[in-house]
Design a protein around this ligand. Structure first.
Ligand code: HEC
Ligand code: HEC
Ligand code: HEC
Ligand code: HEC
Ligand code: HEC
Length: 170
C-alpha cells in the first residue's frame, strides 16, 4: 500500500471512530462512587420488601432513595461486623443523611412515573432494573439508560399503553 493510500485510510478510520464516538458517548454514563458498601442481598435476607425502602415506587412518580428513618428501624445499634454497618449507626447518631448518588435518571423533558408502571402496569422492578435482590454492591451506573424513546415506545406499543407525544413529554 502506498503512503498516500495509508493516509487516506487513516483519515477514513478516524472519521468512523469520531462518528461512533458521537453516537455512543452521550449514552455512556459515568460511574459514580457511593458513600457506603450497601448490600441489597443482605437486606433481602432480613425479609425487607423493596417498598420498605423505596416507598414511592408504587404510589408516586419517584421511587425515592431511602430516608434515614428506614435505616434507623434496625441500625440504632451496630448490626453485624462490617465497618459500613458501623458507619450507618454513626450517621444516625449524628443526625446526618447518607449522601447516596442517584444513578437512574431520564432526561429533563421526559416524564416517567413509577406508579404508572408498578401499580397500573403491574410490572416487576426487575423488568427495568434487573435482579436487585441478589446485588451485593451498590449501584454505580445507570440501569435504564437503554430506555431511549424507541425502547419506551416499543414496549408501549406491544402492551397497548398510550403512545402519543404528550404521554412522555409534558
Ligand atoms: C418501566 C421501567 C421501570 C420499572 C418497572 C421500575 N423502574 Fe425504577 N426507574 C426507572 C426509570 C426510567 C428511572 C429513572 C426515573 C427518573 O429519572 O425519574 C428509575 C429510577 C428509580 C430509582 C431512583 C430514582 C427515583 O425514582 O427515586 C429507584 C430507587 C427505583 N427506580 C426503584 C424502583 C423499584 C423499587 C421498582 C419496583 C417496585 C422500580 N423502580 C420499577 C424505570 C423503572
Ligand atoms: C430490618 C432491619 C434492617 C433495616 C431496616 C436496615 N438494615 Fe442494614 N443491616 C441489617 C443487618 C441485620 C445487617 C448485618 C447483616 C450481616 O452482617 O450479615 C445490616 C447491614 C448493613 C450494612 C453493612 C453491609 C454489609 O455488606 O455487611 C449496611 C451498609 C447497611 N446495613 C445499611 C443500611 C441502610 C443504609 C439502611 C436504610 C436504608 C438499612 N441498612 C436498613 C438490618 C437492617
Ligand atoms: C417494558 C415495558 C415498558 C417500558 C420499557 C416503558 N413503559 Fe411506560 N408504560 C408501560 C405500560 C404497560 C403502561 C400502562 C400501564 C397501565 O396504565 O396499565 C405504561 C404507562 C406509562 C405512562 C403513563 C401513561 C398514562 O396514560 O398516564 C408513562 C408517562 C410512561 N409509561 C412513560 C414511559 C417512559 C418515559 C418510558 C421510558 C423511559 C417507559 N414508559 C418505558 C410499559 C412500559
Ligand atoms: C434496606 C433498604 C433497601 C431495600 C429493602 C431495597 N433497597 Fe434499593 N436501595 C437502597 C439503598 C440504600 C440504595 C442506594 C445504594 C445502592 O445503590 O445500593 C438503593 C438503590 C437502589 C436502586 C438504584 C437507585 C438509583 O437510581 O440511584 C434501585 C433501582 C433499587 N435500589 C431497587 C431496589 C429493589 C428492586 C428492591 C427490592 C428487590 C430494593 N431496592 C430493596 C436500599 C434498599
Ligand atoms: C413512551 C414514551 C415516549 C413517547 C410516547 C414519545 N417520546 Fe420522545 N422521548 C422519550 C424519551 C425517553 C426521550 C429521551 C431519549 C434519549 O435520551 O435517548 C425522548 C426524546 C425526544 C426528543 C429529543 C431528541 C432525542 O431523540 O433525544 C424529541 C424531540 C422527542 N422525544 C419528540 C417526541 C415526539 C414528537 C413524540 C410523539 C410522536 C414523542 N417524542 C413521543 C420518550 C417518549
Amino acid at each position: 500500500m502506498s503512503a498516500a493510500r495509508i493516509a487516506v485510510l487513516v483519515i477514513l478510520l478516524a472519521g468512523v471512530a469520531a462518528a461512533v464516538w458521537f453516537v455512543v458517548a452521550p449514552r455512556t454514563s459515568q460511574a459514580v462512587e457511593q458513600p457506603l458498601a450497601f448490600s441489597h442481598k443482605k437486606h433481602q435476607e432480613q425479609d425487607l420488601a423493596c417498598l420498605d425502602c423505596h416507598a414511592g415506587a408504587e404510589k408516586d412518580q419517584y421511587a425515592t432513595l431511602p430516608s434515614m428513618r428506614a435505616c434507623a428501624l434496625c441500625h440504632k445499634e451496630v448490626k453485624g461486623e462490617s465497618p459500613a454497618a458501623a458507619e450507618v449507626t454513626r450517621y444516625i447518631e449524628e443526625g446526618l443523611v447518607i449522601p447516596w448518588q442517584q444513578v437512574n435518571r431520564v432526561v429533563g423533558h421526559v416524564y416517567f412515573s413509577h406508579k404508572a408502571h408498578v401499580r397500573y402496569g403491574e410490572m416487576a422492578c426487575a423488568e427495568c432494573h434487573g435482579e436487585m435482590a441478589t446485588l451485593e454492591t451498590p449501584v454505580t451506573s445507570s440501569q435504564v439508560e437503554h430506555l431511549d424513546m424507541e425502547a419506551c415506545m416499543d414496549c408501549h406499543q406491544a402492551r397497548g399503553a398510550a403512545n402519543d407525544c404528550l404521554t412522555c413529554h409534558r
